[in-house]
Structure formats: C-alpha cells, structure tokens
Design a protein around this ligand. Structure first.
Ligand code: KIV
Length: 286
C-alpha cells in the first residue's frame, strides 16, 4: 500500500516536515522514491521542463496521463499526486470529476491537485465527495499566468493576504487533504499554516510550511532556461551531462569508443567461413 492521505495528515500532527518532489518519468521516479521522499507530484510543470512549452497552459490530460503512468511504473510505496491540467476542471463540475477520476483510474495516481481557492471550492468538494483525494494549490497559480500578469508573488498587501487566508480556509472546508502554497511571503505562509489543520506544502513560501515541494529539474540543475529564486540547486546535472556528451562525441571521432570490451566478436571458425581466409581465423584465435 502506498502512503495514504491519513499518514500525510498524521505527519502534520506529529510536527514532521513533509518532502514532496516532482517527477515525470520512470527512471527519475525510481531514484526519488529510493531516496525516501514522502510524496511525488507529477506536476503540469512538465509542460515547461519536459515538453518545452513556455507555460503550463498547453498541457493536456493525455500529457498528464502519459507521465503519471510512467511514474507509477517506477514506484511502489510513495504517494503520487497527479496534476489536473488547465481547463480539465474549470468548465464544469462533471468534467472535473471525470478528469480527476481518470488520473486515478487510468493513471494510477492516489490523489489529484488543482489550482485555485474559493472559486474552485465547490468543484473540489464534489471531487472529494466522489472519493478522490484533492490537494489544493493557492498563491502563485501558474495556470493563471495570463490572469495574474506574470509569475508574481501573491498576498503582499493586507487585502490580498486576507483573500489568500480565506482561500486556504475555503479549500480546507471543501475537503482538501493538503494545500500547496506557492509564491507567498514566508510570514503569511506561517499564518495560514497555523490556522489550518491540513498540511501546507510550500514552494517559494518560506520555512514555516508543514512541508516543501521542489521541481526535480530545478533542484538537479537540469532546466537552464530560468531558475526561480526559491529553487535550490542540489546538483548541476546540465553541466555534467554536457561534459559527458562532449566526451562521447570526441571518443566516437577518434574511434576510442567502442572498445573491445564494449564490442561483440564472432568465433574464429565463423570468421574464417565468412572471409574464406584461414589466416583470419588464426588471428581470431590469438
Ligand atoms: O506543476 C508543478 O510542478 C507544481 C508545483 C510547482 C507545486 O504545481
């Protein structure tokens, strides 16, 4: 059995910090699970870091299902949250429930995440009532980039901070089991965390949240187009990979790759038959 939402809730009660990382494929999901992360988010950030779009807006249900399935195949124990992409839950509650259900039924995720506060609380409630655990996501909500006018920190004024506190309460009341706080001032995240019974998981929201989430490609130094202020690089894989590829190209050009050890050989007898030259066979025997 994978980590359940009850176990995640208990971590907050015990004061244990929750670690969440995004993953989008079999190989990285295996590594992330083996390292002991609490939750994997198959985020729609895959639109940028895997598919090369300039926002998460173009990501589809098919994209999400494709990547969620790969992550599920690479893991056994970890709780997997599947992101509902833009316009998969906004048009109607029925469509939202159906799409959320697909991420569990076809994808194999244990829960879904969707962006928004009070405006999506009713939809969230319906999805939870259908038996699908929901993680909420408020603050800087990337799917709303066109409405927010860019990737801006949210809740910096008294009015907008109060609105975010109300959003957080609304999604908790709607039955969300956890909430991502993205791009909000650290003190505001602390106030929200103290007022909610469900865990808060921050990204660019300071240290007072119950947990943290990072985008795999940011923390590995793999995505070089842009590094957000909140991202800490735990590795510099882009440089390592560049050097490895450059070395491979050099080795191919000077024929030092592949070596004998990396090659397969014919038996001397077959070689002699193929070439009709017994000396070739004798050489093969040496
Ligand atoms: O899609 C994603 O990776 C996310 C995180 C930034 C929380 O939503």
């Amino acid at each position: 059995m994978r980590t359940t939402i009850r176990e995640i809730a208990a971590m907050k009660r015990r004061g244990e910090r929750i670690s969440m990382i995004t993953a989008y494929d079999y190989t990285s999901a295996r590594i992330v699970e083996a390292a002991g992360v609490d939750i994997i988010l198959v985020g729609d950030s895959l639109g940028q870091v895997v598919l090369g779009y300039d926002s998460t807006v173009p990501v589809t249900m098919d994209d999400m299902l494709h990547h969620i399935k790969a992550v599920v195949r690479g893991t056994n124990k970890v709780h997997i949250v599947g992101d509902l992409p833009f316009m998969s839950y906004q048009a109607s509650e029925v469509e939202a429930i159906r799409n959320a259900g697909r991420l569990l039924k076809e994808g194999g995720a244990q829960s879904v995440k969707l962006e928004g506060g009070r405006q999506v609380a009713d939809t969230m409630r319906r999805i939870v009532q259908a038996g699908i655990p929901v993680m909420a996501h408020i603050g800087l909500t990337p799917q709303a980039v066109n409405q927010l006018g860019g990737y801006r920190i949210q809740g910096k004024t008294t009015r907008t901070a109060i609105e975010l506190i109300e959003d957080a309460k609304a999604v908790e009341d709607a039955g969300a089991f956890a909430i991502v706080l993205e791009g909000v001032p650290s003190q505001l995240a602390g106030i929200i965390t103290a007022r909610l019974t469900i865990p808060t998981i921050g990204i660019g929201a300071g240290v007072h949240c119950d947990g943290q989430v990072q985008v795999f490609h940011d923390m590995m130094g793999l995505y070089t187009d842009f590094t957000p202020k909140h991202a800490r690089k735990y590795a510099h894989l882009a440089e390592l990979m560049y050097d490895a590829v450059a070395e491979y190209i050099r080795d191919v050009r000077v024929q030092s790759f592949p070596s004998e050890d990396e090659s397969f050989t014919l038996s001397p007898a077959v070689l002699a038959e193929l070439t009709g030259d017994p000396q070739v066979a004798a050489q093969g025997e040496r």
